[in-house]
Write a protein that binds this ligand. Sequence first.
Ligand SMILES: NC(=O)c1ccc[n+]([C@@H]2O[C@H](COP(=O)([O-])OP(=O)(O)OC[C@H]3O[C@@H](n4cnc5c(N)ncnc54)[C@H](O)[C@@H]3O)[C@@H](O)[C@H]2O)c1
Length: 260
Amino acid sequence: MPGSPLIDFALTDRHVFVVGVGSGIGRACVRAFAAAGANVSCFDIDGEAATVSADAIGTRGRAFTGDARRLDDVRVALDAADAEFGPPDVAVDVVGETRWGRTIELDDDAWDQSFDLALRQFFNLARVAGRVMSDRRRGSIVAIASVSGLRSAPLHGAYGAAKAGMMSLVRTLAMELGANGVRVNAVAPGAVLTPRVEAMMSEDRRAASAANITLGRLATPDDIARAVVFLASDLASYITGQTLVVDGGATAQFPLSLRA
Ligand SMILES: NC(=O)c1ccc[n+]([C@@H]2O[C@H](COP(=O)([O-])OP(=O)(O)OC[C@H]3O[C@@H](n4cnc5c(N)ncnc54)[C@H](O)[C@@H]3O)[C@@H](O)[C@H]2O)c1
């Protein structure tokens, strides 16, 4: 029932700091938080993309440019965002990159990049936002992981290991910050139809993937953003240290080839 405290996201005028806003999922998160009444700081390595995301939500958005792999960039942006919207109530980490390849053929660069973009940058955000939130004794952090960190597949070696590490870090942070009123969770999407994935996947491959998904379709960025807003909000007030799988039931089922 609208207005009921049980379904109040309690995000009105809260400050949400989102890292990696230029993509389908990040941009959808920005839109979803703004729709819930929050002010959103849009941080991205691509300043133009950050501005597009921030401008799309009008006065509720501000753009910040920096490299999330660099602690100082995150710290400087969060300080500037604090000056605009106050200290962060929510921090969302969307950055991550897929470097597919047979594990024994990956080079150091691909390995390091996967870990830097899944783990180092999340470590940075957690350190900067986590300290502020701990001091205020309130806050919520949500990281975008992947089902690749829960299940394994050929070519997912570095990416899957890095996302598994991210989910481990989420649990540890939840334990370390819980007593200070800070919740830390992850969302693990399956395949999401972001512009990047749309460009990469033929119609045939998309249909083949959809056949292995219980709901019969790939996710939209909005499907993921809704889960992120839920976990970030007070509706999830007793949820911490968890990974919410948002994959249309893909990991719940046997593959078609094993079914009777
Ligand atoms: N798209 C999918 O199918 C899918 C599935 C499962 C998980 N995920 C995860 O969801 C997240 C978003 O995926 P996507 O496909 O939308 O990503 P994407 O690669 O399209 O976009 C990521 C965003 O992060 C920004 N970014 C990259 N490096 C950065 C850095 N060092 N500092 C600051 N910003 C940086 C990019 O400019 C971009 O705006 C990733 O963590 C990805 O691993 C995606």
